[in-house]
Each structure stands twice: as structure tokens, then as C-alpha cells.
Design a protein around this ligand. Sequence first.
Ligand code: ADP
Ligand code: MG
Length: 242
Amino acid sequence: MLELKNISKIYGNKKALDNIEMTLEPGIYGLLGPNGAGKSTLMNIIADVIDSTSGEVLYDGEPIKKLGDDYRRHIGYLPQKVGYYGNFTAANTLEYFALLKGLEKTKIKESVKEILEKVNLQASINDKVKTFSGGMKQRLGIAIALIGNPDILILDEPTVGLDPKERINFRNVISELAKDKIIILSTHIVSDVDMIAQYIILIKKGELIGMDTKDGILKLVSEDENITLEDVYMHFYKDEEQ
Ligand code: ADP
Ligand code: MG
């Protein structure tokens, strides 16, 4: 279980996150908000990549700052922008990140194969990354995040650049992984999370404006049974640039 206690983040004089409080249990969370809402900042803090200005994150009751590497072992993180070595193959890339993550060398080859199967890249295991399509690179990014079988998976805008077919494939991959994991997906595209997220988190200008099951979030705006998540998004963010 993850608990965020009064998380704020200030960059210079810009308040990117304002007193965020939330508790996350295993499940798929869609983190929604327009550009600049604070999604990446929040994910970076949960992934322990950057520090919050105030507040703390607890993992099973312990501050992550105290747990250090013992916490980071549980995290798989796909940042919004990922760079790859074009001349590495898919296997090289995963082996490299597996070494960085401290996996036992003897186990790396086997687990690389397994992970590439999970994201449907097994046929391209020995192909160079520079030959990959946008969708394949995105799946490789998810594969990297899956190294070490983390129980918290943080994917920042994982569907950017995917075509409709790849989006469906992505949903299937995530749904299959979901068991017993906390999965947080950020997006500013409602349809990306509408089908797979069990919980929706809405943030706006660094503030948490709602976190609930999808039904609960719909009811925030209307009791009308025809209301869609798209309507909710418009309701809260219509005045914002997309
Ligand atoms: P999102 O991922 O929802 O688009 P971000 O977390 O990237 O939002 O950004 C939230 C706010 O914080 C934005 O106003 C952004 O300009 C600002 N911000 C993000 N990172 C930095 C940084 N490293 N330095 C200064 N301001 C930043
Ligand atoms: Mg972002």
C-alpha cells in the first residue's frame, strides 16, 4: 500500500503540487489532467526520482526516504521521455537496465525473454531499437519498467504516439499485468484509461480534485446514468488548454 501525505512540490516560485493526500492499494489508476497539471511531478515523487518539497510517501507504513533501495526495488517506472541506444537490440537494452537494477546476472537472460513475451516483442528480441516503430519503443519502455517484477508500476503517458491498434494492445498488456500490483497510468487522453482504469485520479493545477472508482468519479458531476468520463473531463478542465 502507498500513502501520500500532504505532498507539495515547489519549483522556484511555481507550486506544481499542493498538499496531495491519497492512498493507493493494488489496482489500476488513471491519473488524468491536462498538460501542466502536475502528473509527471507526482509520478516522479512516487517513483522516488525527485524529492517533494514537503510531505512524505509511505510504503506499507514506512517512509520511502527511510527505505531507500528497499523501496526502489518495488518500483517500475516509465518516464514520459525515454531515450534509447539505437544500436542496442531489445535484449541488449533490457539486459542493460536489468544490470542497473541489480538483478542477478545468471537470471537476466531468462527474465529478459519472459518480459519481452509479456509485451509482445519476443519476435524482435534481436532487432536493433532504431528499427522499432513508436509503438514497439513504447512497449520496450514498459518492458524496462517490468524488470524485477515490481509491485508498483508507474507509466507516464505510456500511450503517446501509439496508433489505435497499438492502444488496444497496450490495454491488453496492462490488464494482464494488473494482478496484485499498483499500476498508475497518466494521460491527458480520457479514452486511454476509460477502459482499463479501476480508479480515476483527477488533478488540476497541482491540486487533487477527485479520486474514486470510475462510477464514483462520474457521480461527482452528475447522477445521469449516461454521463461519460469524457463529460467529467470537460466539466473540470474545459477552461484549460489541452
Ligand atoms: P504534467 O505532467 O501534468 O504535464 P508536470 O508535472 O510536468 O505536469 O508540470 C507541472 C508544473 O510544474 C508545470 O507548470 C511545469 O511547467 C512545472 N515544472 C515541471 N517540472 C519543472 C522543473 N523541473 N522546473 C520548473 N518547473 C517545472
Ligand atoms: Mg507530464
